[in-house]
Design a protein around this ligand. Structure first.
Ligand code: HEM
Length: 431
């Protein structure tokens, strides 16, 4: 409600606080707050936000948006806008906007910061639109199409670490040098000259093209298309190591937005690491200076693309070198292979749905985001079903973040779900 006519001061229904709003003719009629349709109050909007509905329109996965891509989303059925460097999908919010959908559409497809600030800088847009966030507005990136186009030189450049990443890495190095008196680069032979051990293809079963879910991101879909183009080249990777007297930590930098997955295991004293990025499988074999032991830890930092492997030293001491690293030739991922897993935990999510927490027997495995695994079971005949592992938020036991978490709905007449939902802790299952 306005408290005076001359300047448009009002009591904001959103914050409940009285604000002073200077009149601004360019921003449209300052008093054109609209009567909203029934079912479109603030409470209704909050309810919709909590309903689990995807208000981002892109599956809820945060990703950068170029100005060109933003400008394409400018219709009532598909409207994005950017405020202070964040792009929001406002399509669902339009009928809830107290100033009316037409007013809000004035900011669609563009950086609407100025317009927004002219009308109502006090409005808490970032919490109102929190569930609509698509990602950061990014001026220094190529357009999405270029990014997903493998032949684009910009796409290759993107995979290189940015200056900021490089700075962070350097400061981490300095920090590591303070912690460990001895720290040297891995003595690795060049990728071109060395024929590493043949890749064991552990990840190949995880990223089979036929397993890709329909909702997979454009990037992942583009990767899939890429697999068929023979002239393609794998993205560059870098690696590094640090140590404490107890642990060896290997970091493999795969690049931004390449959605890495991987596995790690100890075989005959060697540390074998397999990394999948952009449809390519790479192997790293480290013959360590001293002995390493399990359990191994594997972490993927989704945004930066860093993959970190932590191994425990059998004898607590600082090594002069980490050992000899051999890189296998990168190979396009194609043929499936089986991995045996042990059930670490079983939880009942509802009357017919169970959460299975699995760990690969050989060592940690991380499935790239959005990819399926294929669960096998031999009954009268071989039965195979695809499941997409859940994110880490589902690990109620917090046993290990590299566990694979499957939500399995039981269909009594189904072939595999009765078997999976009857599994007990300690049982083995193959995927
Ligand atoms: C950038 C383009 C936008 C324009 C041109 C615009 C315009 C307007 C107008 C004209 C009003 C009526 C003002 C009044 O009489 O009280 C209004 C109210 C409001 N708008 Fe927007 N708006 C825009 C973006 C947004 C966004 C992104 C949000 C947040 C999600 C938002 C949330 C609100 C709220 C909560 C009110 C009621 C504010 C109050 O009563 O103090 N608007 N808007």
């Amino acid at each position: 409600m306005p408290c005076c006519e001359c300047c448009g001061c009002c009591a904001c229904w959103w914050t409940g606080r009285r604000r002073h709003r200077p009149p601004d003719l360019q921003a449209g009629n300052p008093r054109n707050k609209c009567a909203l349709q029934p079912g479109h109050s603030l409470m209704d909007w909050i309810r919709l936000g909590n309903s689990g509905k995807d208000l981002t329109g892109v599956g809820g996965r945060i990703r950068p948006v170029s100005p060109t891509e933003l400008s394409l989303h400018n219709t009532q059925n598909n409207a994005w806008l950017a405020i202070r460097g964040r792009v929001y999908n406002i399509t669902h919010y339009l009928p809830f906007h107290p100033g009316g959908s037409e007013e809000l559409m004035r900011g669609a497809g563009m950086d609407a910061t100025e317009l927004f600030d002219k009308v109502h800088p006090w409005v808490n847009y970032d919490s109102l639109l929190a569930k609509c966030l698509v990602g950061p507005l990014s001026f220094d990136r190529p357009d999405a199409d270029e990014l997903f186009n493998t032949s684009s030189p910009k796409a290759d450049r993107l995979r290189e670490p940015s200056k900021a990443q490089e700075l962070v890495r350097k400061s981490m190095e300095n920090l590591a040098n303070c912690i460990t008196p001895v720290r040297k680069k891995i003595t690795a032979k060049s990728e071109e000259n060395v024929k590493g051990s043949p890749p064991s293809k552990i990840m190949q079963s995880l990223i089979q093209s036929s397993d890709l879910p329909v909702s997979i991101s454009r990037r992942a879909a583009a990767n899939l298309a890429r697999k068929t183009t023979a002239k393609d080249t794998p993205p560059p990777v870098r690696y590094d190591w640090i140590q404490t007297s107890h642990k060896l930590i290997l970091s493999i930098y795969t690049g931004q937005l390449v959605n890495p997955g991987g596995s790690a295991r100890l075989v005959g004293g060697s540390l074998l690491i397999e990394i999948v990025t952009d449809g390519w499988l790479r192997t790293f074999q480290l013959n360590p200076e001293g002995s390493l032991r399990e359990p191994l830890q594997l972490k993927v930092f989704a945004e930066s693309g860093k993959v970190e492997v932590v191994a425990i030293k059998v004898e607590s001491k600082v090594w002069k070198e980490c050992g000899v690293m051999t890189l296998g030739d990168p190979v396009p991922t194609s043929a499936p292979r089986r991995v045996e897993c042990r059930v670490l935990d079983v939880a009942q999510l509802s009357h017919d749905t169970s959460l299975l927490v699995l760990a690969a027997v050989t060592g940690p495995v991380i499935v790239p985001l959005g990819h399926h695994i294929r669960v096998h079971h031999q009954q009268n005949s071989e039965c195979v079903r695809s499941y997409t592992p859940l994110g880490d938020g589902w690990d109620r036991s917090r046993i290990d973040l590299t566990t694979l978490k499957l939500a399995v709905k039981r269909y009594d007449s189904g072939l595999l779900s009765p078997y999976l939902t009857s599994l007990k802790i300690g049982d083995l299952v193959t995927f």
